[in-house]
Design a protein around this ligand. Structure first.
Ligand code: ADP
Ligand code: ZN
Ligand code: ZN
Length: 705
């Protein structure tokens, strides 16, 4: 037992233990080897990070050297190739950058089953014949489509330059086809090469999987996302790690996939907020993809019709004046088949009769589409029947007793549900406060909209004389395994005339027969306190519009054209002017000017310190003490600290939440400062200021403020 092995482990959060613990072993271990080691009374999975010869040190305590006795490594999982240096570097970088422990990131990046299987079980699992390396040239495949001129241009630039690239392509411009071609060229050129393709939502993976599978053969493609079972995830992971999977498709977690021959990373819909993990280690998979690409010499292509302002700012046009951005912008402004982007129609809700939910003009337009057999999509970003249930007599409202939020009325199962803490009760028969039996829903969610549309179109007939079919897709309708796939399939099969849903249906899907999209209540985001709200809203509306009129041949056959309807009380808002022209660059230019003037991202870098406590005072006291303690840190003059404030939803599940924003013009200065701050925060937790604090966390590059 002459070797000390430092092992990265998942230790309890905020524990006093380091995240790399030392064990002993008879032989050194290659860095990246998976091991099982004792931790407390358990035996856990770890990753060997370094080995050093301790022959001369004596063997721990018996030798009287003062070093505590090291425990031996329990088992070495030598059936599995060690995790490579590039992977370990990625993990170490992510831990450093997002202020988390190395062990936490390393272990979270491995499939759960790898952690849970005993050594014997794992050995048995690994003995199963490995999937043979897939040859992307075998078998019956879909042929690649001949590229449009814009696609061919983009691809030629992609092949000729090192990148990174921002594929700025309109909705329906055929970005996926560009990814497919880029992957095909890579696999044809390099027999070992692997590609990673990321999408923001699990529900986008099946369609993508089908497209990649039919192009490259199902054996060459594996998926990695949280909707898979643990055995499926392990199988995909092993296949990527062993090199058999040439293409890995996945959600943000896939950025940590072990891929020894990674040469290409695609981040589709790169603007999407779900690339940012919102709990635990709050990493941005898009930003890590860029880092990983640079580290491993893999080309990175970000794609979007509405890039994040960060990515837009970082990119330079492919032609003309070089504005100095590091990423090359590849523009594909036209839709495939030269079909026009939808005409945007604003309905001024100030001119409608009071309490109008759906304007007559919009209903008429949807009615006409139904009569022609076309599909419409009505989009409302709020699920449930009504956001509040209220008593008109005494003013009682369906507040959640545990949160500073209302419970949402779900009519289907007659419940009041808190969307923050999950607290659910049957709807009371009468007002709990005054006994009035007439409690009424206030406002509207997708359930109520679906019901209302059903009533409104009751008399309208489809071309064959049959009644209208209305469907709803949201987090409630898709809870069951496979429900979303089957609901989407019925939309694709033309079994639905009007689809109601939340933003789930606004993103990415390649619907072929939808010709009208309507956003019925989007105003909320216009005046949000979050400076990213306009950017989000613009992207969401443009993406929603992007679901309409995607099939040139269908539109021509129908003699129809695509429309995007927006009901708003603020038709003069400049955001809508840019949206009407589908002019993302104009919108982005205006926003960037404001951000620059106000010194906000991407012109500054931010982090949030958040504290959760039993009382708001305790949470804020912790943050303010943390701020005061940081005065003496070197480089403090480079970092602006704002006062502690409550979160917009201040209390969730009886926990009070507060946050403090820190900001710097220099990313490096902020990083140095955060690293120096971290030990102070850990120490403070044990001081009087830490009393009553349940947890705290640092969110680097936060996406919502
Ligand atoms: P985006 O991701 O840019 O919104 P997609 O990649 O989904 O667009 O492409 C939109 C549609 O156009 C898809 O149905 C796709 O099959 C089709 N398409 C893409 N490229 C071509 C092409 N070169 N020729 C014919 N059809 C294409
Ligand atoms: Zn009442
Ligand atoms: Zn609640």
């Amino acid at each position: 037992m002459n070797w000390r092995i430092d092992v990265a482990l998942q230790t309890p959060a905020h524990s006093a233990l380091g995240d790399v613990l030392s064990y002993k072993n008879a032989t050194p271990l290659v860095a990246g080897t998976l091991v099982r080691v004792p931790l407390g009374r358990r035996e856990v999975l770890g990753v060997a990070w370094a080995s050093s010869d301790i022959t001369g040190d004596g063997d721990g305590a018996e030798a009287g050297s003062g070093t505590p006795e090291l425990k031996p490594i329990a088992a070495v999982l030598d059936g599995l190739a060690p995790l490579g240096e590039a992977w370990r570097d990625l993990v170490a970088f992510a831990a450093r950058y997002y202020q988390r422990s190395l062990g936490e990131i390393a272990l979270a990046a491995l499939p759960p089953q790898l952690r849970d299987l005993s050594t014997v079980q794992l050995a048995r699992r690994l003995k199963r014949p490995a999937v043979k390396a897939a040859n992307a040239a075998d078998g019956q495949r879909d042929a690649a489509l001949p590229l449009t001129a814009e696609q061919a241009d983009a691809l030629a630039r992609f092949e000729a330059e090192p990148g990174p690239f921002l594929l700025f392509g309109s909705t329906g411009s055929g970005k996926t086809e560009v990814y497919l071609h880029a992957v095909a060229a890579l696999l044809a050129r390099e027999p070992q090469a692997q590609a990673l393709v990321m999408v923001p939502e699990i529900n986008l993976t099946p369609q993508l999987e089908a497209r990649f599978g039919s192009r490259f053969g199902a054996d060459a493609v594996v998926s990695l996302h949280s909707g898979m079972t643990n055995p499926q995830r392990l199988a995909s992971w092993l296949s990527a790690h062993g090199g058999a999977a040439r293409i890995v498709l996945g959600t943000r977690m896939a950025v940590f996939a072990s891929m020894p021959s990674l040469r290409l990373i695609v981040v589709d819909e790169e603007h999407d907020p779900s690339y940012k993990q919102q709990e635990g280690a709050r990493y941005s998979a898009r930003d890590l993809a860029l880092w990983r690409g640079r580290r491993e010499g893999a080309k990175v292509m970000l794609g979007s019709a509405t890039p994040s302002l960060e990515s837009w700012h970082r990119s330079r046009p492919a032609e003309g004046e070089d504005k100095g951005g590091s990423d090359l912008r590849l523009a594909m402004p036209s839709r495939v088949g030269a079909v026009a982007l939808p005409a945007v129609r604003l309905v001024d809700m100030n001119l409608q009769p009071p309490k109008t939910v759906l304007s007559a003009a919009l209903l008429d337009a949807i009615g006409q589409r139904i009569a022609r057999g076309e599909q419409s999509m009505v989009f409302l970003n709020r699920r449930g029947y009504a956001p509040v249930l209220a008593c008109g007599d005494c003013g009682w409202k369906s507040e959640c007793p545990h949160c500073s939020a209302f419970r949402v009325f779900h009519k289907i199962d007659r419940t009041l549900r808190c969307h923050h803490c999950g607290f659910t009760e049957r709807v009371p028969r009468a007002c709990p406060s005054c006994g009035n039996p007439d409690i009424a829903p206030v406002g509207r969610g997708t359930e109520r909209l679906e019901e209302q549309l059903g009533a409104l179109f009751d008399a309208v007939r489809r071309p064959d004389g049959s009644p209208v079919r209305i469907a709803r897709i949201d987090a409630d309708s898709t809870r069951k395994q496979g429900a979303l796939e089957s609901q989407l399939a019925s939309v694709h099969a033309g079994e639905v005339d009007v689809l109601v849903g939340t933003q789930m249906i606004a993103k990415g899907h390649d619907f072929r027969r939808i010709t009208l999209v309507a956003a019925v209540n989007a105003d909320g985001a216009l005046f949000s306190s979050d400076f990213r709200a306009p950017e989000r809203l613009f992207a969401l509306l443009m993406q929603s519009a992007g679901r309409a009129g995607r099939d040139a041949a269908y539109l021509a056959a129908q003699g129809s054209s695509a429309e995007m309807w927006i009901q708003t009380h603020h038709p003069q808002h400049p955001l809508f002017a840019a949206l009407k022209r589908h002019d993302y660059p104009a919108f982005a230019g205006g926003e960037l000017q404001e951000r620059a003037a106000a010194g906000m991202p991407p012109f500054a870098f931010q982090a949030l310190l958040r504290a959760d406590a039993r009382t708001q005072e305790a949470a804020q006291a912790f943050l303010n003490a943390a701020s005061a303690a940081a005065d003496a840190l070197p480089g403090a003059e480079m970092v602006t600290r704002y006062p502690a404030v409550p979160l917009s939803i201040q209390r969730v599940a009886n926990v009070e939440r507060a946050q403090m924003l820190v900001e710097s013009r220099s990313r490096a200065a902020l990083q140095r400062w955060l690293a120096a701050w971290q030990p102070l925060l850990h120490a403070m937790r044990r001081e009087p200021e830490g009393k009553g604090v349940i947890r705290w966390l640092v969110d680097v590059d936060p996406q919502s403020i």
